[in-house]
Design a protein around this ligand. Structure first.
Ligand code: ZN
Length: 133
């Protein structure tokens, strides 16, 4: 393998691996996703190729963190507080699994937004209902 290969665009290194870049955005308090420059598909979770068209030219973008609950359920592990796990359709066009932290019930179709103060996992920030401050 030539030494200069690491300098070429698109070559993966530990620093440019999609998960690593995503974690750097999370550390900055940003929910990031990728946008395919060939077909405009929103790519999440992070990947090296567009799942819609196979193109490797994926551009990082920051989400505004606005979304709508697609599906939600409450898990009640023995000996632990119940918590809500949801699939959220984010406005930029991708869906992620997250925890929704709410004072009351949250239903399918409810508007939610990312809230890093509510909690963060390696997969992304928790969400809260839009009206909850
Ligand atoms: Zn694509």
């Amino acid at each position: 393998m030539p030494d200069d290969l690491d300098d070429e665009a698109g070559v993966l290194t530990p620093d440019t691996a999609p998960d690593t870049v995503f974690e750097r955005f999370l550390d900055e308090g940003a929910l990031a996703f990728q946008r395919c420059t060939a077909c405009a598909h929103a790519v999440f979770p992070p990947r090296v190729l567009c799942p819609a068209c196979g193109d490797p030219r994926l551009e990082w973008q920051r989400s505004d963190g606005e979304g709508v609950v697609y599906s939600i359920t409450t898990l009640a592990p023995r000996g632990q507080e119940p918590y809500a796990v949801a699939l959220v359709d984010v406005a930029e066009g991708f869906r992620l699994m997250t925890n929704v932290v709410a004072d009351g019930d949250v239903a399918i179709g409810d508007p939610v937004r990312a809230d890093f103060s509510a909690g963060v996992t390696p997969a992304g920030p928790f969400f809260v209902p839009e009206e909850q401050k």
